[in-house]
Design a protein around this ligand. Structure first.
Ligand SMILES: Nc1ncnc2c1ncn2[C@@H]1O[C@H](COP(=O)(O)OP(=O)(O)OP(=O)(O)O)[C@@H](O)[C@H]1O
Ligand SMILES: [Mg+2]
Length: 361
């Protein structure tokens, strides 16, 4: 464990990516007196309304990465598909938090599940799939399953569910899904899905927020509810898993860990080395939001309290659902956050709302 002096006021934080997560990180950085520069190829990005400056470039543009490294005191990222070459370049020229190992592990479902298992954390039974023959054999062995591309999946994209071992044309499936490689996971009949947002700072201190029960629709998060419908034992075990993952990765920053609750215990689905959609409620409901917590962790400031002062429901606003916020705000306990995206599309995350409820536990 190391101790590191906190970054001074007006220090500059670099963010790879300019979407809604960078936008909310930028606002929290400003709150604590930091400047932010984000690197992102698109113009008019959500982060441009809260960050101080943008470097418009592709993520693997070495000249742009050099500029970012020279302008910043620490660099973070808001999405896990940062190219490995960019992460390596930043690590060699500045400080990247969360560390590259967390990024690389979460980028590849096979590496991720192998890492979790080797740290004694249970995951759904899975196998590596590279050929049509692998797919047929493993579908039989697992009696169906979820085929997932090893890399670049999000919001349920790059996945196909097989309810049983039957697959008429495995070669066609592999071709339609981009050729692979894949993992095939057993289809889990979970009782519920939930997530834990946790943080670790440079001194190795860990904090974990209360878990949220998550409901997905078409692979996209629809709603998070806090407190989660879990017993105290399960919550304690899940927080223990979060601490285990953070320590094993020598992590600095906020992480989101997704779980399945089953009749036989807990399984980790996946983790995201960043602030997480299912933790947006922390902004209105906790002493310290996940965004501020991440900024505190990566700048060497003390971590804040994760104490919750309300129960809540957080819902995503997809596509045109974000067009009429006045209607949502008629309930004075509802808070809306929009992401400033100029183009709305069906299913696109345009914002979210959090409804505050009286605290019960
Ligand atoms: N093995 C499984 N058994 C049953 N359901 C599953 C399984 N794997 C995934 N799912 C369902 O599909 C959803 C999306 O899967 P997963 O989290 O792996 O994908 P993702 O594309 O990385 O999602 P996101 O980026 O939104 O977290 C899960 O939240 C769960 O509802
Ligand atoms: Mg997921």
């Amino acid at each position: 464990m190391t101790n590191q002096a906190p970054l001074p006021v007006n220090a500059t934080i670099g963010i790879l990516g300019g979407g809604q997560l960078a936008r909310m990180l930028g606002a929290s950085a400003a709150k604590l007196g930091f400047r932010t520069v984000f690197l992102e190829p698109g113009q008019d990005a959500p982060a441009s309304q809260t960050c101080n400056a943008q470097i418009i470039a592709e993520y693997d543009d070495k000249t742009a990465l050099k500029e970012l490294a020279s302008q910043c005191d620490v660099i973070t990222y808001e999405f896990e598909n940062v190219p490995a070459s960019a992460a390596e370049f930043i690590t060699n020229n500045n400080t990247l938090y969360p560390p590259t190992i967390a990024l690389e592990t979460s980028q590849d479902r096979l590496l991720e599940k192998t890492f979790l298992r080797s740290n004694g954390i249970e995951v759904a039974p899975f196998e590596n799939i590279e050929t049509a023959d692998d797919l047929s054999k493993v579908l039989k062995a697992l009696d169906g399953g979820v085929l997932k591309t090893r890399r670049f999946g999000y919001d349920g994209k790059g996945q196909r569910v097989f309810k049983n071992e039957l697959c008429d044309a495995p070669a066609k499936v592999i071709e339609e899904m981009g050729g692979g490689p894949f993992v095939l996971e057993q289809l889990i009949a979970f009782k519920s899905e939930f997530s834990i947002i946790a943080a670790r700072n440079v001194s190795g201190k860990v904090v974990a927020y209360d878990p949220a029960t998550n409901v997905h629709e078409n692979g996209i998060l629809r709603q998070s509810t806090v407190p989660a419908s879990l017993d105290d034992n399960t919550i304690a075990r899940a927080k223990g898993v979060a601490e285990n993952v953070l320590n094993a990765l020598n992590y600095v920053g906020v992480i989101g860990i997704e779980f399945f609750e089953t009749d036989d215990g807990l399984l980790v689905n996946e983790f995201a080395p960043r602030v997480h959609n299912s933790g947006h409620w922390t902004e209105e409901v906790c002493a310290t939001s996940q965004f501020e917590q991440h900024i505190r962790a990566i700048t060497g400031l003390p971590l804040g309290s994760v104490q919750r002062h309300h129960d809540c429901k957080m819902g995503n606003l997809l596509g045109s659902e974000a067009d009429d916020i006045a209607h949502l705000l008629e309930n004075s306990n509802v808070s809306v956050t929009l992401y400033g995206k100029s183009q709305s599309r069906e299913g696109r995350k345009m914002g979210h709302f959090t409804e505050l409820l009286d605290i019960t536990s």
